[in-house]
Each structure stands twice: as C-alpha cells, then as structure tokens.
Write a protein that binds this ligand. Structure first.
Ligand SMILES: [Fe+2]
Ligand SMILES: [Fe+2]
Length: 248
C-alpha cells in the first residue's frame, strides 16, 4: 500500500506543522509526548499478543510491540538530548501544539476487542502516523538527527500499516473494507468529541466571563451609590431593649 504524505488536511496544515516544530521547546515537548504515546501503544499491543488466539498474529503483534517500544526509546532519547543542549525554560507565548499528535495509539483498547477490529484500528492509526511522520520528517530538515529518527520510524510505521491490512484481509476476508471504514469513522468521531470538548471549554469560559461583566456589572453602580450613603467608620448601635444577658 503506497504511503501518501499525510491527509489532505495535514498537507494543507504543513506551514502550521513547520511552525510547531520550528520552536525548540515545542519540538522537545512533541518528542517526549510521542515517546509516551508510542510506549503506551507498545504495551497495549504486547497485551494483544498475549490474548490473541491466532499464532501468526501473536508473532506479528509481538514484533509490532517491540517496534513501538523502540520508537518510544528513540523519541525519548532525542528529546532528552535536545533538552541537554538547552536547559532553559521557554518564554514563547504558545507552548502547546494546536494539531493532533502523530500516532493516535492512545485510543487503543485491547480487552474484549476481536482481532479484526483491532487490526482495522491499528491499520487506520498506523496509516495516519506514517503520513504525519513523513510531514514531520520534512519540516525538521534543520535538525538532521531528529529527521533521521523520523526516517527510521517511518519505515516501521509503513510496515505496520501494511501488515495490519494484509492480516485484516486474511482474518476477515468478507468484510475487511467495511472494518477499515468503521475504524476510520470511529476515529473521526473520537476526534470530533475531543474537538467539541475543547470548543465547549472555550465557549463555557467565554460565556461565564460575559455573564460576569454583563449580568453582574449593572449591580455595581447601585452598590456604589448605596456605599456613598453609608456613614464612614464605626457606627453606634442603638440602645437594646433586651436584657444584656440575652443572646437574642
Ligand atoms: Fe510507532
Ligand atoms: Fe506503529
């Protein structure tokens, strides 16, 4: 299966990818985040190797897991090496990444998943990762060591993308195309939910801020007027009719 250089959206966003990777601290954060995702994905695939009843898949999952754990090491080592080069904190205004990450293996769930669903999920995730890593490799052309890591990992991701598709066609010959579409739709749905949750957070903040200024602000004026009518300092309490021993 040929590798395309990311989705059309990713290709359109290439200048933003270049901007994201252009900042030293963002680059380090991305590498460390990738190490985390690849390592978690590797451990999940290791679990898939334990539970699958298919001997061939067990061997392939095992190889796949070893690859992902090695990717985690490569990303972590490169991130650490870059950090050692400059151990200063960033002063840039925007330190996070506005774009989704590389692999998408963080959504991987093994328990109770049949092999065909797992293979379809892995195929879609690996394809996305391969396309995106190809873009990252191109935008870090100022950093040959990081570029070499993407180049090396990209070869593995293409292998993962291809073997998952081949095995999916083997274990589910009647419906493998449908399985891939379902996995793609599921991935898009999860992306939408994440985006919607982010937008809802921003909108919630904006509405509360607006409410603070629009609804509460009109009360400030009468409150200030009432304050002006109040005498300043201590005020003598009028004589009480109750005996001084009473609490009330
Ligand atoms: Fe990987
Ligand atoms: Fe992979």
């Amino acid at each position: 299966m040929p590798l395309r250089q990311g989705t059309r959206v990713d290709r359109m966003l290439r200048p933003i990818h270049r901007w994201v990777w252009g900042d030293f601290d963002r680059r380090v954060r991305k590498l460390i985040a990738f190490a985390q995702v690849e390592g978690d994905g590797g451990r999940d695939i290791l679990r898939a190797a334990e539970v699958t009843p298919d001997p061939l898949l067990r061997r392939l999952y095992l190889e796949h897991a070893i690859d992902e754990l090695r990717h985690a090491d490569l990303f972590r080592q490169r991130g650490t090496a870059l950090l050692r080069q400059r151990a200063t904190r960033s002063t840039s205004l925007f330190n996070t990444n506005p774009l989704p990450g590389g692999h998408g293996l963080d959504d991987l769930s093994i328990e109770g998943e049949p092999d065909h669903r797992l293979l379809a999920f892995l195929h879609v995730a690996e394809k996305a990762a391969a396309g995106r890593f190809a873009i990252y490799r191109d935008v870090v052309d100022d950093d040959p060591s990081t570029r070499a890591i993407f180049e090396e990992i990209l070869r593995d991701e293409v292998f993962h993308m291809n073997y998952t598709y081949t095995q999916l066609a083997r274990v589910s010959p009647a419906s493998y195309r449908w399985q891939v579409w379902a996995a793609r739709a599921n991935r898009l749905w999860k992306r939408y939910l994440r985006l919607a949750a982010g937008v809802a957070g921003v909108m919630g903040g904006a509405i509360l801020t607006l409410t603070y200024f629009v609804v509460l602000a009109p009360f400030a004026w009468p409150a200030k007027r009432a304050e002006r009518r109040e005498p300043a300092g201590w005020t003598a309490i009028p004589e009480r009719e109750e005996p001084p021993t009473s609490l009330y």
